[in-house]
Design a protein around this ligand. Structure first.
Ligand code: FAD
Ligand code: FES
Ligand code: FES
Length: 478
C-alpha cells in the first residue's frame, strides 16, 4: 500500500501534507507556509548554517536529534520526523531557552542573522550529549558562519548553557514519541503537477519503481542533488528517495571486512570507523559540517564521483569494493574500476549502489590528509591516503590514492610500483615522490594551482613517511 501523504510532528501535532512539491525545500516550507521566519537563508547551498533546523527521529524508542540544513532538504523528506524550528525553543510563558539565554548573556550575537542557526546547532548538540567539551562545541558549530560577532563569545555561550532544562520537547517527549509512532509507515508516492516523488520501503519495491520510472534521480542525503534546484534553478522531475529502505542503511562486520549500507549517513560512518581507521574518522570530522554529515551518505559520496570527494581516496587506498544493484542482480566491483572520467562512473541508468565493503587491515599503516583553505566546512584542494605494510624494514604492500589531482580520484600506480618491495627509508620516499609527476597532471583552478597541488602531494608522501617512521603525528588537531 502506498500513500501520497507526508506526515510529521510539529509543535506536538501531527501534520499531514497531501502531495507536497517534491522540489520545495524545507526552508521555503517553514518560511512560506508555516510563516516562521526565524530560520534564515544565507547561501542556499548548505554552507553557512543560517537555515539550521533540528529533526527528531525515533531510534530505539528514544528521540535522536539532528541538526540539518533546511535549505538543501526537500519537504517530503520530513516524513516520519519531528520538526523543530528556532521559534519552538521559546517556552509557552515566553522565556527563552537556555541556549538562547546564554547567547544573549555572553554577547554572542550582533546583527543576529546567523544566531538562529547557531542556536539550533548548539541545541541539537546539547540534546544528544550531557557534557560538551570545547572540541564537541567547535564540531557542532563548524557548519555555522558568523561574519560580525566572531566565534569566541559563541563558544563561551555554548560552554555555559544552564543545565536546568525547561524546553517543552524534553518534557513532552513521551507525547512526541507516541505521535511519531502514529505516523504511517507506507511507501510514499507523490504527484505534484509535473513532478513525482517516490519513497519505497524495500529494495523489491525500489526495483519496481525504477522499472516504471527509469529516468528518475536517486536521493540519499541530497547534499549534492538538491543544489540542482537551489543553485542551478532546475526542476528535478522524478525523485526516488532511498532513505526509507532499511536494507540500505546498516553497518556490519563480516569476514574481516566492514560493510556499510549505501545510505549510511557519514556521521555514523565517522563514529564507527574510528576504531579501525582513526584517520578516516579525522577526515570525516572535517567533511562539510555536522549538518552535512547528518544527512550526506557514503553511497552518495561515491555516486557523485567528484575528484575531490573526501571518502574516495581513502576508500581507494583501502581497496574498497562496492555492491551495485544492476538490472541483472548484484555485481561486486573494486572502487578502483568504478570511476571512468569526470563525475562519470560505471553505474548505468537505474542501477544503484547497495553497499560498500572495506577490508580491515590489521598490521598496516593507514594515514590520510586533507588540505583545504579552511580547516572546517571546506572542500579539499588535495586529499591523500596511504596504506602500507612494512616487514623486516621493507615495504611489503602499498596502496596510495589522491583526490584533487586528476579528473577522478585516482591511485598513484607509478609511485606504488616503485615503493613495493623497496626499503622503508627516507631516500626511497624522496625518489618515490618524484614519480607523482608521472602519476598526475593536475589542473589549476580557484582552489589551487597545478604546481601547488603537485608540491603538496609530494610533501604529504614525505609527511606520511615521517609520521610512520617516528610513530608520531604532526597535525593541527590530533
Ligand atoms: C556545504 C557542503 C559541504 C560539503 N563538503 C564536502 C566535503 O567536505 N567533502 C566532500 O567529499 N563532499 C562535500 N560535499 C559534497 C556532498 O556532501 C557529497 O557530494 C555527498 O557525499 C553526496 O552524498 P548525498 O548522500 O548527499 O548524495 P545525494 O545528493 O543524495 O546524491 C548525489 C548523487 O548521487 C546519486 N546517488 C545517491 N545515492 C546513490 C546510490 N545509493 N546509488 C546510486 N546513485 C546514488 C544521486 O542520484 C545524485 O546524483 C559538500 C556539500 C555541501 C552542500
Ligand atoms: S542557507 Fe546557508 S546553509 Fe542553508
Ligand atoms: S551576528 Fe551577524 S553574522 Fe553572526
Amino acid at each position: 500500500m502506498n500513500s501520497n501523504k507526508v506526515q510529521f510532528i510539529y509543535e506536538n501535532k501531527l501534520i499531514e501534507l497531501d502531495n507536497p512539491d517534491p522540489n520545495q525545500t524545507i526552508l521555503n516550507f517553514i518560511r512560506d507556509e508555516l510563516k516562521k521566519t526565524g530560520t534564515k537563508e544565507g547561501c542556499a547551498e548548505g554552507g553557512c548554517g543560517a537555515c539550521t533546523i533540528v529533526l527528531g527521529e525515533l531510534e530505539n524508542k528514544k528521540i535522536k536529534y539532528k541538526a540539518i540544513n533546511s535549505c538543501i532538504s526537500f519537504t517530503p523528506t520530513l516524513h516520519g520526523k519531528q520538526l523543530i524550528v528556532v521559534e519552538n525553543l521559546v517556552s509557552k510563558n515566553g522565556s527563552y531557552h537556555p541556549v538562547q539565554e546564554a547567547m544573549a548573556k555572553y554577547h554572542a550575537s550582533q546583527c543576529g542573522f546567523c544566531t538562529p542557526g547557531f542556536v539550533m546547532s548548539i541545541f541539537a548538540m546539547s540534546k544528544n550529549r550531557k557534557k560538551n567539551n570545547e572540541d564537541d562545541i567547535k564540531d557542532a558549530i563548524s557548519g555555522n558562519l558568523c561574519r560580525c560577532t566572531g566565534y569566541r563569545p559563541i563558544i563561551d555561550a555554548a560552554k555555559n548553557i544552564k543545565k536546568t532544562y525547561f524546553d517543552e520537547f524534553y518534557k513532552n517527549s513521551k507525547k512526541t514519541i507516541n505521535l511519531l509512532k502514529k505516523i504511517h509507515s507506507k511507501s510514499i508516492i507523490i504527484e505534484n503537477k509535473n513532478k513525482k516523488y517516490f519513497a519505497p520501503k524495500t529494495i523489491e519495491e525500489l526495483k519496481k519503481v525504477i522499472q516504471k520510472n527509469p529516468d528518475s534521480d536517486f536521493l540519499s542525503g541530497g547534499t549534492d542533488l538538491s543544489l540542482k534546484v537551489t543553485k542551478d534553478r532546475k526542476e528535478i522531475k522524478k525523485i526516488i528517495n532511498l532513505n526509507n529502505i532499511k536494507e540500505l542503511n546498516f553497518i556490519k562486520i563480516k569476514n574481516n571486512e566492514i560493510i556499510f549500507g549505501s545510505t549510511t549517513p557519514l556521521i555514523e560512518v565517522e563514529k564507527f570507523i574510528l576504531k579501525y581507521y582513526p584517520d578516516f574518522n579525522n577526515i570525516l570530522r572535517r567533511y562539510g559540517s555536522v549538518q552535512i554529515r547528518n544527512v550526506g551518505t557514503i553511497g552518495g559520496n561515491i555516486a557523485t564521483a567528484s575528484p575531490i570527494g573526501d571518502t574516495l581516496p581513502l576508500l581507494l587506498s583501502l581497496n574498497a569494493k562496492i555492491i551495485i544493484q544492476t538490472h541483472n542482480g548484484d555485481r561486486q566491483i573494486f572502487l578502483n574500476k568504478f570511476f571512468i572520467k569526470y563525475r562519470k562512473t560505471k553505474l548505468k541508468k537505474g542501477e544503484f549502489i547497495k553497499s560498500i565493503i572495506i577490508p580491515i587491515y590489521k598490521n598496516h599503516n593507514f594515514k590520510a590528509y586533507k588540505i583545504s583553505k579552511r580547516f572546517d566546512d571546506d572542500i579539499s584542494s588535495v586529499c591523500a591516503s596511504f596504506n602500507l605494510k612494512i616487514k623486516d624494514q621493507r615495504i611489503q604492500d602499498v596502496t596510495i590514492a589522491y583526490g584533487g589531482m586528476a579528473e577522478i580520484p585516482k591511485r598513484a600506480k607509478n609511485c606504488e610500483n616503485f615503493l613495493k618491495n623497496s626499503k622503508f627509508s627516507e631516500d626511497i620516499f624522496e625518489k618515490a615522490k618524484n614519480l607523482l609527476k608521472k602519476d598526475f597532471n593536475p589542473i589549476s583552478d580557484m582552489r589551487a594551482s597545478k604546481n601547488y597541488r603537485l608540491e603538496v602531494a609530494e610533501n604529504l608522501l614525505i609527511k606520511f613517511f615521517i609520521e610512520t617512521k617516528t610513530k608520531k603525528l604532526f597535525r593541527v588537531y590530533q
